[in-house]
Design a protein around this ligand. Sequence first.
Ligand SMILES: NC(=O)c1ccc[n+]([C@@H]2O[C@H](COP(=O)([O-])OP(=O)(O)OC[C@H]3O[C@@H](n4cnc5c(N)ncnc54)[C@H](OP(=O)(O)O)[C@@H]3O)[C@@H](O)[C@H]2O)c1
Length: 256
Amino acid sequence: MSRPRFPGQAVLVTGASRGIGAAVALAFAREGARVALQYAHDGAAARQVHGALPGGGHLTIRADLGRREEATGLVEKARLALGGLNILINNAGIYRTRRFEAYDPLSWRQDWDDLLMVNLTAPAELAFHAASAMIRAGHGGKIINISSRGAFRGEPESPAYGAAKAGLNSLTGSLAVALAPYRISVCALAPGWVETDMAQPYLSGKPGRQRLADVPLGRAARTEEIAAAVLFLASEEAAYASGTILDMNGASYLRT
Ligand SMILES: NC(=O)c1ccc[n+]([C@@H]2O[C@H](COP(=O)([O-])OP(=O)(O)OC[C@H]3O[C@@H](n4cnc5c(N)ncnc54)[C@H](OP(=O)(O)O)[C@@H]3O)[C@@H](O)[C@H]2O)c1
């Protein structure tokens, strides 16, 4: 049997109650890590994911990342419970779509406030507190931000989502430089469609089949594929890739 790749490492995964976050939490636990699983609303789902993790020392933490003060406190809660923090996976996110013509001033503002808060401001808050704790501990660390193809391609029916993810990409690069002296690696991963609850409404029926037909690989990514890439970016082998944004979009959008 091969040795675990993350033995005893303390990992905080946001949005771990389902989808990509749940797959990432499972992948880290299989490699010997202790995982703090953050969720916002669905405690039962988070506890189910927790219960399925191999190994020990895992826990669930509730925090609504739509509320700045809950985002601010999350890292310290996880750090105290895990006895340290080596890796932060900023995965939690929300997606809402509406045709431009269907917006009014109030709904436009509401989407910007909500989507920017959960998808950009909260990850920035978590990254700040995680990096500060890693610097104090003096052991380096990894921060992986889950971005999106939409940051590059545009999101005509969710402009706030696209802008938030583009901001997350910029934050990734800036922090990779600022935190390099402390051996803290910062990367992002930009998926196209992934088989999760978030994507499900957009991948069903005829419009869904058309969206998948537009992907050269002809399918959405599986959460396990995204999780495997996250673990690679969080590994020591990828330390020199700090600052990178890894595309996982089935060749559906090329940045050349
Ligand atoms: N699926 C895709 O096609 C796709 C494509 C590109 C990028 N992404 C990105 O990948 C990440 C994960 O997406 P997913 O598809 O796995 O999403 P998902 O299945 O909808 O799961 C979202 C997760 O985020 C949590 N969450 C939602 N609102 C939150 C809030 N206000 N505060 C804290 N946590 C909150 C949810 O917790 P609760 O269950 O407790 O609500 C859940 O654990 C997101 O950042 C998303 O933007 C996804």
